[in-house]
Design a protein. Sequence first.
Length: 282
Amino acid sequence: MLDPAESTRMELTADAPNRKHAFLLSIIVPIYNEEGQLWQMAEALSRDLDETVGKGAWQYVLVENGSTDGTPRMVERILARWPSSIKVDLPRPNFGLALRRGLEASQSDYAYIINVDFWDALFLRWAWANRLSYDLILGSKRADPSLNRLPPYRKMLSWGLNLLFQVFFGFVGRDTHGQKMLYLPAMLPIIERCVMERGQFDTEFTLRALRRGLWVAEVPVPIIEQRRQRNLMIRKVWNNLIDVLRLNKVMSPIPLTKTRYHRWAREDMELMHVVSWGKRSD
């Protein structure tokens, strides 16, 4: 008899929208006033993508969030350098909506979500090597404290937010924000049901994936603060509290199911441990 969680997973995959599959991997990059870092990021990451995924097998999906500096010129420069890449325009900053539109525009079965100043080559290599076994792989800044170089106030904010997720939503992981690898045939039907925007959109689809019995892995990634925060901490706290209250209303009707979650150590990544029970074939 088929396991109920696996049955749900198969139903989600069957419900995935028909999309163009021109590449193996799409890199989703939300962008807002990134003139100083965008080109350097694109150049550095492209070398790792060529080595890991293959030249011509990936694309950037650049989601321009209404930048007011020279970022649009940098976007056009990237599109000229990597013609397979695409641009999505939004009129105003909205991180969650940027992720949604970027994932919807993806032309691959797999998507890699990053921030311009937060991505990790080892995460890319390990997640790509294990892509057949997981539907969602989370890059966690909290899974290994020795890798987290953020200032104390940001660690406190992240700890408090994830404590709420663990207490009120049954979240078994350590972090819902940051870089991720997604298997889109399984994740897009979930993403279509998401209602959150701003900073908790990826939290919602992570919680929904766990409650629908999808296979989720979490691995530690290093992080260091490379620039001053654009929003005051008090504003972040207020926005997060409002979003958590709304998220609670959204998630309450969704029942818990068998949790399929693995957490790996950084050493596992460095040794390139690959799960042997892959659920899919490319």
